[in-house]
Design a protein around this ligand. Structure first.
Ligand SMILES: [Zn+2]
Length: 372
């Protein structure tokens, strides 16, 4: 009996042990079956990580010559760094006017939706820079004024601005009126826009300094071959007021040198040619107040429209004629379109462009801030 009882006890113990094992197994199994549920959300983790990396604004996509880019600029490098940069170092200012017949070669439309024109190389470099700005979500600007011909500038300066000032200040001579117009408009032949290498970004007024675009351009435009053509504090060297919206293509090497040394194109050229830097002395402004007699006559004649401040009028024109936002999409220009445009860049084409530009740009943003 004792033996039987012992055997029975052993059997019981063994079966209990077996149950325990089984339960352990089932627990493991259960935890295993629930595992996929807990790992399921994990699959989203790598995606989130990837996304975080992609949106990292500091992550460069392409590197070249010590510069990093957010976009792949490989196909644009031949334009950003032209083989012969001297071709793009044309100077147009009051001491070095371009001739009335100077028309840059290879003018093309900025894009299929923008009839403004630039020299092909500058246009391609601009296209790359705009793509980069878009990749960095810099959208608060448009490509505005680009190439302007001699005849266009002549018409703008003499027929529009001189006449406008003459109406306001009939007591001034032509020479005095020119001093006023010179503060905001380039005389024909002296406009940087005649080089076909220059672009104004909107808004073309002092508020441009508050845009993300300006912040971006200030630190990065040289990576694409562009410089700020009329910097602050260099008025006596460039001959023009500070224009934060006006950017000029010179190629990456020269642009980087100018950027790093805080100089102007004029200073760079003087350094390269080993010549003295020419300066533009400050010109004394004529008295804008008419003689006492004229003032009385004007008042009695109740010519209130003349008293309207020119700045307001001009700004109003600008606002109403501001170009549509679509113009910031130069990347839409396909190679095919460019080729076509290039092929048709004849005098006739330029004339057409002039007419277009005139319609678009006869909208001076502000009396003191335009048309260089
Ligand atoms: Zn300009």
């Amino acid at each position: 009996m004792r033996t039987f009882a012992l055997i029975l006890s052993i059997i019981t113990l063994l079966s209990l042990f077996a149950c325990t094992k089984k339960n352990d197994n089932s627990r493991v199994t259960t935890s295993e079956t629930t595992a996929p549920d807990t790992t399921a959300p994990d699959t989203t983790v790598p995606e989130q990580t990837t996304e975080a990396v992609t949106t990292d604004p500091n992550a460069p996509i392409y590197e070249d010559g010590g510069f990093t880019y957010k976009i792949d600029v490989k196909n644009y490098l031949q334009y950003i760094c032209p083989s012969d940069p001297t071709e793009y170092l044309v100077i147009a200012n009051r001491k070095h006017p371009l001739g009335s017949n100077y028309v840059p070669k290879n003018l093309v439309n900025i894009s299929s939706t923008n009839s403004r024109q630039l020299v092909y190389t500058a246009k391609m470099a601009l296209e790359a820079m705009c793509l980069e700005m878009q990749a960095l979500k810099v959208y608060d600007t448009n490509a505005q004024s680009a190439y302007r011909s001699y005849s266009y500038q002549k018409n703008l300066y003499y027929n529009k601005y001189m006449e406008r000032e003459r109406e306001k200040y009939p007591h001034l001579s032509d020479a005095e009126l020119m001093i006023i117009v010179d503060t905001y408009s380039a005389r024909p032949g002296t406009s940087d826009h005649q080089t076909g290498l220059t672009l104004d970004f909107s808004p073309i007024n002092s508020s441009f300094v508050n845009t993300k675009a300006f912040t971006y351009l200030t630190k990065n435009a040289h990576k694409f071959g562009f410089i700020l053509r009329y910097p602050k504090g260099k008025e006596n060297i460039t001959g023009y007021k500070y224009e934060p919206w006006h950017w000029r293509f010179v190629g990456r090497d020269v642009a980087t040198y100018i950027y790093e040394h805080g100089i102007t194109l004029e200073e760079y050229m003087a350094e390269v040619n080993d010549t003295a830097i020419e300066t533009f002395p400050e010109v004394e402004m004529p008295s804008l107040t008419p003689p006492e007699t004229t003032k009385k006559e004007t008042t009695s004649a109740e010519t209130t429209p003349e008293e309207t401040t020119p700045i307001e009028t001009t700004a109003g024109e600008t606002t109403s004629e501001t170009t549509p936002p679509e113009e910031t999409t130069p990347e839409e220009t396909t190679t095919e379109e460019i080729t076509t445009t290039e092929a048709v860049t004849t005098t006739e084409e330029v004339t057409t462009a002039e007419a277009t530009t005139e319609a678009e740009t006869t909208s001076p943003p502000s009396t003191s801030e335009i048309e260089k």
